[in-house]
Design a binder for this molecule. Structure first.
Ligand code: AMP
Ligand code: GLY
Length: 419
């Protein structure tokens, strides 16, 4: 099957690796635009992934049979709609359905209509309304930008001045003030064909920049899968109380959701609560979830894209666990660092049970084709093992070999499950 993957992050690299590992031919995969790691494995084309006309033209010309959309930007730009209009199978929701991620207030409306458990929240369009909602809910304050903000739209703080500052930054696009929910976070992904839903395996993301969950929120600094501490029946409960009613409500609204429904959950003492939906694979959770997948990924995503999940075999995952640790540039997430050389990636990738997914990397042709870091999250080191202790040992041995001036990574990914 000829496959086109859109995106340029470690998530897309993980998707490519999982496609190949589960039986797709590398020669039949193209990534737009890809990065320095992805282009070592498959063909990459330097087009804008969020340009519906350019992507559709490319897909037709190259007889692409399945398009997998990685990031949210092409979804919000309507790339899936343009591809579907040209009769090309696409794993990724329409512009309208992607509002589930693009607008937090839309997501709250869908959850209310579908009776999906989530935190109480108030929509605010002025700072006065934000202040009043903060007074009503009390500290810690949870302030969310309504629109897309690359993982940086949410602040959780007990400092009212910091909460209001954050609200001020995003007030033009609307703010949601939410009740604080206390508990473990879980990311659970579902494949959906618009009617049926199929769960993948749960993962936990580490959103804060520094060890001990300190520092600002990031796009995600590491993840592990599975979650041995989850109560029995958890996946079934999320399927029946969250994913299925949400997909049914989206269909009722005339916006069937075909693609990946990312359920961001908190397990509170009062039960499961949704804190966010995304309309795409999570990054870095995908690196650990797909690392453990055994079933052919192309078949699963094609089944969802063509409305045939019911007759597609369910995804199976290996018993081995997976851990990923993200290497970030100096100053991430607050400031961007200059492009800098990265050393010893090949040696790090040769560590047993390790693979490295590239994110913001490029090849510097002016400097003997040296690998350089070009953005905040640079690489995801992914390791598997028969226990979290083993997987962590491999991951940290590998990431410890990589040299990038000023870079940082968390040392406590999956530490609490590695006994
Ligand atoms: P989001 O972008 O909505 O996933 O939020 C980013 C992070 O903020 C989440 O991963 C949580 O750690 C935290 N967060 C979001 N909503 C809440 C909430 N209602 N209560 C506590 N923490 C939250
Ligand atoms: N890891 C969080 C996200 O992908 O949104």
């Amino acid at each position: 099957m000829k496959i086109l993957v859109l995106g340029s992050g470690a998530r897309e690299h993980a998707i490519v690796k999982a496609l190949i590992r589960t039986g797709s031919e590398a020669a039949a995969i193209t990534v737009i635009p890809g990065n320095a790691g992805i282009e070592q494995e498959v063909h990459c084309a330097p087009l804008n992934p969020s340009d519906p006309a350019a992507i559709t033209k490319f897909a037709i010309e190259h007889q692409i049979e399945l398009v997998i959309v990685g990031p949210e930007a092409p979804l919000v730009a309507g790339v899936s709609d343009a591809l579907r209009a040209a009769d090309i199978a696409v794993f990724g929701p329409s512009q309208k359905a992607a509002q589930l991620e693009g607008s937090k207030s839309f997501a709250k409306e869908v959850m209310a209509a579908a009776d999906v458990p989530t935190g109480m929240a108030r929509q605010c369009s002025t700072l006065e309304e934000v202040r009043a909602a903060m007074d009503d809910f009390g500290a810690p304050f949870v302030i969310k930008a309504d629109g897309l903000a690359a993982g940086k739209g949410v602040i959780v703080t007990s400092d009212p001045a910091a909460a209001l500052d954050h609200a001020k930054k995003f007030i033009d696009g609307g703010i949601l003030v939410e009740e604080f929910l206390d508990g473990q976070e879980v990311s659970l992904f579902f494949l959906s064909d618009g009617v049926n839903v199929v769960p993948l395996t749960p993962a936990q993301d580490f959103k804060r920049a520094f060890d001990g969950d300190k520092g600002p929120n990031t796009g995600g600094m590491g993840a592990y899968s599975p979650l041995p501490w989850l109560p029995a029946g958890f996946i079934d409960e999320v399927t029946e109380k969250v994913a299925r009613p949400t997909i049914t409500e989206m269909a009722r609204l005339g916006a069937p959701f075909v693609g990946l429904l990312y359920c961001g959950l908190i397990v509170t003492e009062r039960g499961i609560r949704v804190i966010e939906f995304n309309a795409r694979f999570g990054d870095p959770e995908t690196q650990v979830v797909l690392r453990r997948l055994i079933t052919p990924l192309a078949g699963l995503l094609y089944g969802a894209a063509t409305g045939n999940l019911e007759t597609t075999p369910d995804p199976q995952f290996m018993k081995d666990v997976a851990v990923t640790v993200v290497l970030a540039s100096e100053g991430y997430p607050d400031k961007s660092a200059p492009d800098r050389k990265i050393h010893h990636v090949a040696k790090a990738a040769a560590v047993e049970h390790v693979e490295i997914c590239h994110a913001a990397t490029a090849v510097d042709h002016a400097s003997k084709d040296h690998l350089i870091a070009t953005g905040g999250r640079v690489l995801s080191v992914v390791a598997i093992g028969s226990s979290f202790e083993h997987a962590r040992r491999h991951a940290y041995e590998s990431i410890g070999m990589i040299e990038l001036e000023g870079s940082h990574y968390r040392k406590d990914i999956a530490a609490k499950v590695a006994q």
